[in-house]
Design a protein around this ligand. Structure first.
Ligand code: NAP
Length: 280
């Protein structure tokens, strides 16, 4: 057995954290690329996040992912943020730089766009109106990504009208808020529909959305990945709409994090998809 050059360390900080699928994902890539290392779940209480992040360089970590409830708080705790984190207002990836300083990034938008392009290779953001349901953290990343990709019109629909209005105001044109009661009508003429609410997720209420006015060519994306085939995707698929499953976003957002930490941009392979699907 040959000597290893170094033992690579990364992880995910959350509270709770044991449900995270990221350890399986990154351990798969470490093994695939023959790198000695580990990616560990780190249960960090909110009041200890600053101390935990500061310990990373001393412990020899290359970086960490952040999940609930740390993504927004980390913005004020890292030494620098890249454009992706500033635009979304949250950090989901921390990179320990050679001088020991911490850089915060957010790859949710990258993961969203990559998963869409993988499932629908000819997709263009400016193909027609896009309806986005939700105004939470995930919706914000989706909106920033869609605007950056050149979307011409985004109809932002959320149950709490104030949150939709605030977020549409922050994003600016092409995003405009639409009332939750109008969500069925908002689908008329749409080229794309994205569910970025938690509705339809295992343990959450179903998404009540009549699809009658949605054109059958419209791309339907559900970023909820548990269950894999949500009721929205099942209903849209049954009427012929092309589909994008939420698992793709989860897998693709992990790729640039692995690259930043370990120097290799990994791929989403069928084996990896099967490995993670088996946990859902
Ligand atoms: P969040 O910040 O808590 O936002 C939740 C959103 O769902 C809000 O817009 C909320 O509307 C809406 N909502 C919740 N319950 C509702 C109800 N009963 N009726 C109508 N709307 C309701 O959560 P998040 O972090 O954005 O995550 C949203 C979903 O995206 C989760 O299921 C998460 O697992 C998924 N996600 C997937 C990925 C991926 O990689 N595939 C990445 C991130 C998140 P109000 O504003 O009215 O409360």
């Amino acid at each position: 057995m040959s000597a290893i050059d170094r033992f690579r360390l990364a992880g995910v900080m959350g509270h709770p954290v044991l449900h995270s699928r990221s350890p399986r994902l990154h351990d798969y890539w470490l093994r695939q690329h023959g790198l000695a290392g580990a990616y560990v779940p780190l249960d960090i209480r909110p009041e200890r996040l600053g101390g935990a992040l500061r310990a990373l360089p001393a412990l020899g970590f290359s970086g960490v992912n952040l999940t609930i409830p740390h993504k927004v708080a980390a913005l004020g705790l890292v030494d620098a943020t890249d454009e992706s984190a500033r635009a979304v207002g949250a950090v989901n990836c921390v990179v320990v730089r050679p001088d020991g300083s911490l850089l915060g990034a957010n790859y949710d938008g990258f993961g969203f766009l990559e998963s869409v392009r993988e499932s629908a290779p000819g997709w263009r953001a400016d193909a027609g109106p896009i309806v986005v349901l939700g105004a939470g953290g995930a919706a914000r990343a989706v909106l920033v990504a869609l605007k950056g990709a050149g979307a011409g019109e985004i109809r932002l629909v959320n149950r709490t009208a104030g949150r939709a209005g605030d977020l549409a105001g922050e994003i600016g044109p092409p995003a405009a808020a639409v009332a939750w009661a109008e969500r069925g009508d908002a689908l008329a003429g749409a080229a794309m529909l994205v569910n970025a609410t938690s509705l339809g997720m295992t343990g959450q209420p179903p998404l009540d959305l009549p699809l009658a006015t949605l054109p059958r060519e419209a791309l339907v994306v559900d970023i909820v990945y548990a269950p894999r085939r949500t009721a929205l995707l099942a209903a849209a698929g049954a009427r012929g709409n092309p589909l994008v499953f939420g698992l793709g976003m989860l897998l693709h957002q992990a790729r640039p994090a692995f690259r930043d930490w370990f120097g290799i941009m990994p791929a989403v392979t069928p084996d990896l998809v099967a490995l993670i699907e088996a946990t859902i």
